[in-house]
Design a protein around this ligand. Sequence first.
Ligand SMILES: [Zn+2]
Length: 250
Amino acid sequence: MSRPGSPGTQPGPERTLPVPATAGAPADVGTAFAVPTSPRQALAELHAGNRRFVTGAPRHPNQDAGHRAAVADGQHPFAVIVGCSDSRLAAEIIFDRGLGDLFVVRTAGHTIGPEVLGSVEYAVTVLGTPLVVVLGHDSCGAVQAARTADATGTPPVGHLCAVVDAVVPSLRRAAAEGVDDIDGIVDIHIAHTVEAMLGRSAVLAVEVAAGRCGVVGMSYRLTAGEVRTVAEVPARTADAPETAASAALA
Ligand SMILES: [Zn+2]
């Protein structure tokens, strides 16, 4: 299964980061894999790949030499994954995707700083990627480290402080909501990361409000391999009046 790139229009970010003439126009016409162009389609594709992974029937799409060559001159990833760096959370594996499909940014505890936000904004506005996923997981070591540091009053050494500091607001929210189990705190931290990303990135918020992009928070279960949605913007609220934005993920 393969799809062509757009020779001469979008060199990969590993070489340069030019702004193409027309962002958000995946070249999927006439190929076996129709690149998702809406948040809903992208989300469905991720869930389909995760089901294949969970059931032990991965197809490993877009990992062959032909596809490697096809995407060398341009990329059209259909989802941004802002995930925890945990070594068991490899995005292309758990969503059963291949080269050129996912734009992945990973930090411990999926903490977001300026470089992370800039990377997300690049994918959404320059590459036209229609979906951003914050991907956390059960038993997250970064959340556990923050919890320990907060409980003992002992700050971690070096730059790990930055990770802990970024998680502490989620600990406060969890405490306010009476949540004290680690996986419940992780869910709150994932939702908080979604909110923080939209609050700090006006560029992303505009794309979401216009219905061109959706942001979803997912929690991954290390043993089962499943992802579970814990936050979604725009929300799938049946009673809410439909707008371009709410229809995007409805
Ligand atoms: Zn983690």
